[in-house]
Design a protein around this ligand. Structure first.
Ligand code: PRX
Length: 627
């Protein structure tokens, strides 16, 4: 898309929204093409978000069947193993047959349309196959990132009342085995309603199998047919649930539906990455996060792309790993997270320069603000100054990308996600919700719906409304702070709520606090984020111990380990500081602003502490700062 085409699209969606959105839906194969296009209201009375509501389609047909005639022998997924010892190509035909087999296995287990299937798998092709198999029979998948702990798995299984879990014996990442089956076993002690566990063999490790509940996929799949009738799905039938952290309470089950989600994922995959038929596209995200859903699986496959699925990590066996994989599989488009770029940048240019990367045409970044230094290094060293960088801003809730520079249409400014895509209406508002104009900073809201928007919080529609639409009445609140410059470019400055972004992983500080107070030694905890060179943000915990507990280094390490076990290794605190008291207002509210400043070591800006119930606690916190 060039600049004129971008302007024309922005104008068209303004002048003829119905026509624009209808045309967009034509990129999919429908069993019944929708006559109802957009039917949405962000206001409480009435509140609803529906897209293409009378359309009928099946996501797996759009990702597989419709490509078979012309692209059946084209590679759909290139799988690259952790060690690099195995790569395996799945053509569209093979992926189709494997999906049908898994769909038939699920059906044989009694899984029906609307049932929730939990997927806790490593980055192996069977993960994509499991997702597509659910889509084929109309089951709703809930993928849980392989880094989550048994407790986190249990919470997610219980929340959506899932009776079946697909997992693997073990995962492999950076040469380390991850005990996936063991984690599931432990989680299921709290989930008596789960009747079936399907186990895929990845490492062939010996794992305990519970009779009557657990079965190896390799056995279940024997003799199963490689065709399976797709379930006709209404556009608004759920496709998946993905749990994500918010500022309060337990993680929310973000629900995406069939038609609008796939329209938006496939449209943005083509538009944002300027995807051209035959190209190899590599998104490094884990399928356990939304980026993996939309840009490893659904977007690329709907577009008949060749998508690389990478099991490993950026720095194993060497820090050239990413660039070697690019050369090995002749990757044209590469999409990763700022945290990976920053950690590789620290290794210098040589591990990059010794590889060719001559096939690269476009680079992408996602998940957190990218600092200009990392952006410039990515552009200059990785992309040899010839590949545009698309800094794509979006969220689990938004389904797929919302704002990014478009190669050929928008000039790039390092660190800015440029402008919203046609049809996405950004607005900056002040704390009271008053719209702000011109070059300014404010809270980022979106004033109208787009097809890829989440439809509800699973099982709690009220929470959906309250979380996103009640702060600034009638507008979707992203939770992000943002600056708009004199050219109308947007610069995301980070979350303004109690969500933190650690190595591109989204965490609620409330979740970590709740894990900490679950420890028998802890009376109270307050967690904040602070700037971290590589991870973007680090986790800083202020912990008040129970009266009879002595603060020791051992206990500090124990609490870090505790959070790792309770939530997952990626949530491990960077700093635990023992605090005899926390700064509270007289009404008992913790003043997080002060804690953030202490964590950031910005001690000259603590602000007014005189309103605190006990101002002296701040002196103690400052004196004993950790780090
Ligand atoms: O704060 C924004 C940040 O990541 C949050 C969404 O996280 P999650 O739902 O896990 O989805 C991540 C992958 C899409 C946002 O609220 N974020 C995401 N992309 C960017 C970003 N911040 C700045 N620039 C980005 N490109």
């Amino acid at each position: 898309m060039d600049a004129a085409a971008y302007e024309a699209a922005v104008k068209r969606v303004e002048d003829d929204p119905e026509g624009y959105w209808r045309d967009l839906a034509k990129r999919l194969d429908w069993m019944t093409f929708p006559t109802q296009i957009k039917d949405t209201s962000f206001h409480k009375h009435p509140f609803h978000i529906r897209w293409y509501a009378d359309g009928v389609l099946n996501v797996s047909v759009n990702c597989l069947d419709r490509h078979l005639a012309e692209r059946g022998d084209q590679v759909a997924i290139i799988w690259e193993s952790d060690e690099g010892d195995i790569s395996d190509n799945f053509t569209y035909r093979r992926l189709y047959e494997e999906t049908c087999r898994m769909a038939n296995v699920l059906k044989a287990k009694g899984v029906k349309k609307g049932d929730r299937v939990t997927i806790y798998l490593p980055m192996i092709p069977q993960t994509a196959i499991a997702m597509l198999a659910c889509a084929r029979i109309g089951a709703v998948h809930s993928v849980i990132f392989g880094g989550f702990s048994p407790d986190s798995i249990a919470g997610r299984i219980q929340d959506c009342d899932s009776r079946i879990v697909i997992t693997a014996d073990e995962g492999l990442r950076g040469g380390k085995a991850i005990p996936l089956k063991r984690n599931v076993d432990e989680a299921l002690e709290q989930c008596p309603d789960v009747t079936d566990v399907i186990v895929i063999k990845r490492t062939k490790a010996d794992v305990p199998m519970k009779a009557g509940r657990d079965a190896f996929y390799a056995d279940l799949k024997q003799g199963v047919e490689a065709t399976c009738e797709p379930e006709p799905m209404n556009a608004e039938d759920p496709l998946f649930i993905l749990y994500t952290s918010g500022s309060t309470g337990k993680p929310k089950g973000v629900l995406h539906t069939t038609g609008g989600y796939l329209v938006w994922a496939s449209h943005t995959h083509e538009l944002v990455f300027d995807y051209r038929p035959g190209e190899v596209f590599w998104c490094t995200a884990d399928v356990g996060w939304v980026t993996g859903h939309s840009y490893v699986v659904y977007g690329p496959l709907a577009n008949a792309a060749t998508s690389v699925m990478f099991e490993g990590v950026p720095n194993y066996p060497t820090t050239s790993r990413f660039w070697e994989v690019i050369d090995k599989h002749k990757v044209e488009i590469f999409y990763t997270a700022p945290t990976a770029i920053r950690s590789l940048m620290r290794e210098g240019d040589e591990p990059v320069k010794k590889t060719s990367r001559s096939t690269l045409r476009l680079l992408g970044s996602v998940g957190e603000p990218i600092n200009p230094e990392a952006w410039l290094w990515y552009h200059r060293v990785v992309g040899d100054s010839r590949c545009p960088v698309v800094d794509t801003y979006w969220q689990t809730e938004t389904g797929a990308c919302l704002a990014t520079p478009l190669p050929g249409a928008t000039a790039m400014k390092p660190g800015s996600c440029a402008k919203p895509l046609p049809g996405i209406k950004f607005e900056l508002v002040d704390a009271e919700g008053k719209p702000l104009h011109g070059a300014t900073s404010g809270n980022l809201v979106i004033t109208d719906s787009w097809p890829g928007q989440m439809r509800t919080v699973y099982g709690d529609h009220e929470r959906f409304f309250n979380t996103y639409f009640s702060t600034y009445g009638g507008k979707y609140f992203t939770g992000d702070g943002c600056r708009r410059d004199e050219d109308g470019y947007y610069w995301i400055t980070g979350r303004v709520d109690d969500v933190i972004n650690v190595s591109g992983h989204r965490l609620g500080t409330a979740e970590i606090e709740s894990a900490l107070v679950g420890n028998e030694n802890v009376a109270e905890a307050a967690v904040v984020g602070y700037p971290h060179d590589v991870k973007g943000q680090g986790v800083y915990c202020f912990v008040t111990l129970k009266a009879d507990v002595t603060p020791t280094d051992i206990l500090q390490a124990e609490l870090k380990g505790w959070v790792r076990r309770e939530i997952g290794p990626f949530a491990a605190p960077d700093v635990v500081q023992f605090a005899p008291g926390l700064p509270k207002t007289r009404s008992g509210k913790i003043m997080r602003r002060i804690l953030r400043k202490i964590a950031e070591n910005d001690l000259s800006n603590l602000g007014d502490t005189s309103t605190l119930a006990d101002p002296a606690v701040v002196d103690d916190l400052v004196k004993n700062r950790g780090g």
